[in-house]
Every structure is written in structure tokens, then in C-alpha cells.
Design a protein around this ligand. Structure first.
Ligand code: SAM
Length: 331
């Protein structure tokens, strides 16, 4: 709702608890390109995927589901460069996953035979199945949506990483930074501080990119990670520690009240102790959206007085639990 209000698109939302999806119905005429421009996926904090619905097909015949889908696509005159079969991420949705993987090959062949694929097309085709005969057909622009089915980036746990938390920072870097940004902002020889670092999953991601880390935590760090010689472990309080020299990155995964962490990160940025930051905010049981908005407003307000400017991204990632991940980049 926040985004649609901000972009002044009139419409209403339909959502039911525990269904795993929400639909927005614009009440005025909007072109596909217009909606694509207004509804920016990167600003949707809690959505893993977003698609612009072309048609809702509710009675696909089990003996031939493909023909009605091709007929619906024909009307749109669109070509697509990719095909994603998706379901809500619920227990019922999970039961459709083997149906989706079986259906994908014949559907892909039919799309190829009927010339619906064009690798230069900016549109991806999504089929979002509620059950095997009820499907939303939609598209997303390649620059505005997740390329992964259901927005889930499957990451393999690196063998030498000390904790599963490592996947949170890996997903954040890989999904919240473009490839160009990853090259520009995560370079050999940079420096970082990791607040609440133990046993070292986040530090591992930085060291893996040849970034030296000061790891702040009273707990024990993983020995193999310490043996790389890239990490200095300091048993200090993350809320009072400050580095001798400014660092490129401040990362923080301390379990603390969200505003407490937000204020800490802003202090580092405002006083120039770090350029960029990646951190998690553990959300309360209630009023999660309000809490995220409160922290976001605080950050934008603090950073608005600074030059150079900053880019702030907030997402609840697949590997996050009751938390959101924030990335702040100095531009
Ligand atoms: N990011 C780590 C990883 O990938 O392995 C996991 C961090 S764990 C969720 C949170 C850590 O924050 C704990 O190790 C805890 O000791 C540390 N912590 C909590 N409060 C702290 C504080 N005030 N100063 C330093 N560390 C703190």
C-alpha cells in the first residue's frame, strides 16, 4: 500500500491471512509499462516476488492446460525471455511443486514451438498456480522482479563457513546489489567491522571477498577463519567500539531492539567511521511494518544532511527469519 500511495496509483488490495500472496487492483487504466515503472520491486520490503497479472485462468482442463495458456498469451502480443512457474509459499503451495516441475517442460516446448520466446525480450513470463487448474498468468520486467522462482535464491552452504547466518549476508550482497555494485563496493583490500560477529558467518563472507575484518564479540570466533590472518577478534561491546581508522563496511547482526541498532549504524555513518553498511533488524512480534518504517524514516532523516548521498535498501530476504536486512551504500 505504501508504494502505491506514494506513486499515486489508485486501486485496492485483496489479501487474506496465510495465503502467501496479495493482489493489487488498479482502478484506473494503466499500461503494462506504466505499472512496471510505478511498482518498483526493490522498494517492496516484504514481497519476495512481484508480477503484473495479464489474466487469471480458473478452469484449466486437466487434459490440456497448455492451449488456454497459449490462447491467453496470444492476446497480449508479448514475447518473453524466461518462464517461471510459481506457487504461494504455503504448505498447500508446496504440494504443487512436483506438478510445476512436471508441467514446465511441455509448456516450455509449446512456447518455443509457438515462437513466444525471444531472448531479447525484457519480460519474464510467470505462472502463479493456486492449484493445478487455477493460475495467474503475468509478467515481470527483467529489471523489476526476482529472476528466481518465488523469489527464492537457492544458496549452497559454503563448507568452511562457520554458521548458517552466512547465507543472509551472501543473499543480501547478491540480491540487493547489482553485479556492477558488487564489483564496485566489495573489493580486494577493503576493510570492515563486524559487530556481533561470532562465530563468524558474516565475517567469512567479507574475508571470502578479500576484505579484512575487525570482529567484535565476546564469544569465540571460528578457528579456521582466524587462521586466514584476515580477522582481528576484539572482545568488546559492539555498542561502544569504534575503529582507529574509518573502514569501508560496517556489518552488524546483533540481536537488539531495532531502533537501538538503527541509531548505532547512523552514528557510524554520520561521523564517517564507515562508508557503507549491511545490518539486520530483528522485528517485534507486532506492528512490524510500522517498526521498519520508523527505522527507515530515522535513517533517511539522519542521512539527508550528509554529502555524499546514500542509497538505502530494505528487504526481508529468504534466509532472514523475523528480521529485515538493510543495505546502505555511499554513492
Ligand atoms: N553474524 C554472526 C554469524 O554469521 O556467525 C551471528 C551473530 S549472532 C546472531 C549475534 C551475536 O551478537 C552473538 O554472538 C552475540 O554474542 C553478539 N552480541 C550481542 N550483543 C553484543 C554486544 N553488545 N557487543 C558485541 N557482540 C554482541
Amino acid at each position: 500500500m505504501h508504494i502505491t500511495q506514494k506513486q499515486q496509483i489508485q486501486g485496492y488490495i485483496k489479501a487474506k491471512p496465510d495465503t502467501g500472496y496479495a493482489s493489487f487492483y488498479p482502478t484506473s487504466e494503466n499500461s503494462l509499462e506504466g505499472l512496471n515503472k510505478s511498482l518498483t520491486f526493490s522498494s517492496m520490503i516484504f514481497a519476495r516476488q512481484s508480477l503484473l497479472v495479464l489474466q487469471h485462468l480458473q478452469q484449466l482442463p486437466p487434459e490440456d492446460r497448455i492451449s488456454p495458456l497459449l490462447a491467453a498469451l496470444e492476446l497480449t502480443e508479448l514475447k518473453v525471455s524466461d518462464l517461471l512457474l510459481e506457487t504461494p509459499d504455503t504448505n498447500e503451495g508446496k504440494q504443487l511443486s512436483s506438478f510445476c516441475s512436471k508441467f514446465k517442460t511441455p509448456l516450455r516446448k509449446a512456447l518455443e514451438q509457438n515462437h513466444y520466446f525471444d531472448h531479447n525480450s525484457p519480460w519474464r513470463l510467470h505462472l502463479f498456480f493456486l492449484n493445478s487448474s487455477d493460475v495467474y498468468m503475468g509478467v515481470s520486467h527483467i529489471n523489476n522482479g526476482s529472476p528466481y522462482p518465488m523469489g527464492i535464491m537457492r544458496l549452497r552452504m559454503p563448507k568452511s563457513a562457520p554458521s548458517r547466518s552466512t547465507l543472509k549476508l551472501e543473499e543480501a550482497f547478491k540480491t540487493m546489489l547489482s553485479e556492477d555494485e558488487q564489483q564496485r563496493y566489495l573489493c580486494n583490500g577493503m576493510t570492515a567491522v563486524d559487530l556481533g560477529a561470532c562465530p563468524g558467518g558474516w565475517t567469512w563472507q567479507l574475508v571470502n571477498r578479500n576484505i579484512r575484518v575487525e570482529a567484535i564479540d565476546n564469544g569465540p570466533m571460528d578457528q579456521a577463519l582466524m587462521d586466514t590472518g584476515m580477522v582481528k577478534h576484539l572482545r568488546e561491546d559492539g555498542f561502544t567500539y569504534l575503529p582507529e581508522k574509518p573502514v569501508d563496511w560496517l556489518v552488524c547482526d546483533m540481536v537488539e531492539r531495532p531502533m537501538h541498532v538503527t541509531r548505532l549504524i547512523c552514528r557510524w555513518l554520520v561521523h564517517g567511521h564507515c562508508k557503507h553498511s549491511a545490518f539486520n533488524l530483528k522485528l517485534p512480534m507486532k506492528k512490524r511494518y510500522d517498526m521498519v518504517m520508523e527505522c527507515r524514516e530515522y535513517i533517511l532523516d539522519e542521512l539527508s544532511q550528509l554529502t555524499p548521498k546514500y542509497k538505502v535498501s530494505i528487504r526481508q530476504l529468504y534466509h532472514d527469519r523475523e528480521e529485515v536486512t538493510l543495505l546502505i551504500l555511499q554513492l
